[in-house]
Write a protein that binds this ligand. Structure first.
Ligand SMILES: [Zn+2]
Length: 191
């Protein structure tokens, strides 16, 4: 995905919530995120984005990312619209927040999502170094909606040989070359 589309995604999400009034939204919250009342309000926003996305023809998932009481980004599921199986609401929000901040670390931020993150989004949250992830519906609610979150969580606990997708190593003589090059590169950007 390009930076341009990430930015568009975030701008689009923000527009649906009132466009350039992100600061006002944050000001209305009063104080830093983390309090129970703030959690309720930000989570309600994520749920609203999810429900609206269904009305707009998308999947029932929405997310927002907040840091220091400020809305950094929003995300809605774009899998079917973008023909992108990884375009989950949380991933869209993480991409938009990173692009908005110009930083690949979202340390100090909280991700509010309308539904418990699937394994991909849970791991994306770890990669993003988010402080917290707060969700409303859970994997069982998602299963009732016909989604594979629960299935994939269970799949990950089983032997990879049982997965519908074959994941296998092939021995290659220079398999460590990329890492060797990485370690030799003193100008590398650690993440
Ligand atoms: Zn996901």
């Amino acid at each position: 995905m390009t930076g341009v589309s990430e930015t568009e995604s975030g701008a689009e999400g923000a527009a649906e919530l009132g466009g350039g009034e992100v600061g006002e939204v944050a000001a209305e919250q009063g104080g830093a995120d983390g309090g129970a009342a703030d959690d309720q309000r930000w989570l309600a926003m994520a749920v609203e984005l999810a429900t609206q996305n269904v009305r707009d023809g998308g999947g029932p998932f929405g997310a927002v990312i907040v840091r220091d009481g400020m809305l950094l980004a929003t995300g809605q599921n774009r899998v079917t619209r973008d023909f992108d199986p990884t375009a989950h609401a949380e991933v869209m929000a993480i991409r938009a927040a990173g692009a908005a901040l110009g930083d690949f670390s979202l340390a100090g931020a909280t991700l509010y999502t309308s539904c418990e993150p699937c394994p991909m989004c849970a791991t994306a949250s770890l990669w993003a170094r988010l402080d917290r992830v707060v969700f409303a519906a859970d994997r069982h609610d998602a299963a009732r909606g016909g989604f594979d979150d629960l299935e994939f969580y269970e799949l990950l606990t089983r032997d990879r040989a049982t997965w519908p997708t074959v994941v296998q190593p092939v021995d290659l003589g220079n398999r460590t070359e990329p890492f060797d090059t990485w370690l030799e590169t003193t100008t590398r950007t650690e993440y």
